[in-house]
Design a protein around this ligand. Structure first.
Ligand code: DLL
Length: 443
């Protein structure tokens, strides 16, 4: 390994070699895998065959990656409609694992893995951990929920394959988390960013400063979080906070991961082929343009996904990263197209509110957005916790803080929100994904 690359990209792990493939080789590998997977999906999954037949497409046609865009999209409802096993491409006796994601509404979706898929999943998780500098000798507190959620087992297998020591503590039981973190000399933690903020706070209340521990790395994802949130976490814990992205439909965590440069997540393109489309027209956009991320799994055998519309909005970086990885990066995902709500005609994403809140000194990253309808008019209330230091009985102090937040939100969105400052701890903490928006408008 070239020394400069070595220093820039963190400690080299042999499993990370595909991150650095020369582009022509990477494209060649993608094409081979793509052809195999299209054929497999066509021959084994009724829905894909039907849709390709309707468009008069046969697997032989796909002799170039430029043709990916001719294939039909797959959407979440396709998984619901074929619930539970309708999109499987392997017979049940070859499937070694099932996971499910309940999503926010309705029936869950079920995803399947054969042994090769589980091995690919572990390898992309090893590459994820290596990208942010973790290695054998690290002690990883693994606080993503174990169970049907892919965060638990997915990252677990990767951490073991890396050679690190894994503590499979799962989510919840915050005091025990803090005790383990201290007593076991934990050096890295995996959980949602919102749960980590809760851990920092709880530790402080118990008289312990996370900054004094050997903990140095956080692998955070499964929910959107902003750059302001990262700054907050890093300043309050002295760790480096890295973003990890993934979704059940594609594999789970380990679709993309940030490297030491913290400038967007590298997509493991040799397994997941990314496209950015215009969410309205479905047209493929060039690198550098913002749109919806669409992913095609290039090696998943038990449940191939062809052009899956993630609803996550991002950009594929056009320029190379300093770490030397050739696989492209996606910009941090702050928004999902279905997270957006419309209030008095204005499109609002929770992440915009989060940035406005965190820009005001004295607020905590604990907030909830409550939407109501009063005499036909939409109203937005933002409940936000204030820090114990700035919480005050003096009305003037609180009003000044409120004014700053109202102003901040108005600057970004052009609408006035009602701001309710609430005492520390009044907003419910989540062990996993935080629920930010409560929409009571149609109740
Ligand atoms: O959340 C997989 C995962 C587990 C990723 C642990 C990272 C760490 P699902 O429950 O299927 O899978 O949810 C997938 O969560 O489409 C995004 O909208 C959102 N999401 C996941 N990671 C990020 C991230 C897991 N880093 C959905 N930033 C995705 C923003 C994220 N959103």
């Amino acid at each position: 390994m070239h020394t400069a690359m070595h220093e820039n990209s963190g400690r080299f792990h042999p499993v990370s070699a595909p991150d650095f493939l020369p582009l022509p080789q990477l494209r060649q590998l993608q094409l081979q895998r793509f052809q195999t997977i299209v054929r497999r999906a066509y021959e084994r999954v009724e829905l894909f065959r039907k849709r390709m037949d309707e468009r008069k497409l046969t697997p032989d046609r796909f002799q170039s990656l430029d043709l990916v865009g001719q294939l039909p999209f797959t959407v979440k409802n396709d998984l619901r409609d074929t619930y539970p096993f309708g999109l499987f491409a392997s017979p049940m006796h070859e499937i070694v694992r099932l996971h499910a994601s309940s999503g926010t509404t309705g029936k869950p979706i079920v995803v399947a893995y054969n042994q090769d898929d589980v091995d690919v999943w572990s390898s992309v998780m090893v590459r994820s951990f290596a990208a942010c500098g973790l290695h054998r000798g690290d002690i990883i507190q693994h606080a993503y929920g174990y169970g049907l959620f892919t965060g638990g087992l997915g990252a677990h297998y990767g951490a073991e394959a890396l050679g690190a020591t894994v503590i499979p503590i799962s989510g919840g039981n915050t005091e025990r988390q803090i005790m383990v973190m201290k007593d076991f000399g934990v050096t890295a933690i995996c959980c949602t960013p919102s749960y980590f903020i809760h851990l920092i706070e709880r530790a402080r209340e118990l008289g312990m400063d996370i900054k004094s521990l050997p903990l140095r790395t956080g692998v955070f994802g499964a929910e959107p979080w902003t750059e302001s949130m990262r700054q907050y976490i890093q300043a309050n814990s002295n760790i480096k906070a890295y973003d990890i992205y993934g979704l059940s439909e594609i594999i789970g965590p380990g679709v993309a991961m940030e490297c030491l440069h913290q400038c967007g997540s590298h997509i493991f393109e040799d397994h997941f082929y990314p496209e950015i489309i215009d969410p309205k027209t479905g047209e493929v956009l060039p690198d550098g343009a913002e749109g919806e991320l669409v992913l095609t799994t290039l090696s998943k055998m038990a449940m191939p996904m062809i052009r899956y519309r993630t609803r996550d909005l991002t950009t594929l970086a056009a320029e190379p990263c300093e770490c030397g990885r050739t696989i492209r990066r996606i910009k941090r995902i702050g928004r999902r197209s279905d997270d957006m709500f419309i209030i008095r005609g204005v499109n609002v994403f929770p992440s915009q509110i989060e940035s406005a809140l965190l820009a005001v000194e004295g607020t905590m990253p604990h907030y909830q957005i409550i939407l109501t309808r009063n005499k036909g008019l939409d109203e937005m209330e933002v409940q936000v916790e204030v820090t114990p230091e700035s919480f005050s009985d003096k009305i003037g102090v609180m009003e000044a803080l409120q004014g700053k937040i109202i102003h901040g939100i108005e600057n970004i969105l052009g609408i006035r929100a009602k701001i309710s400052l609430v005492e520390p701890h009044s907003i419910q903490r989540s062990e996993g994904k935080a629920k930010r928006v409560i929409d009571k408008r149609n109740m």
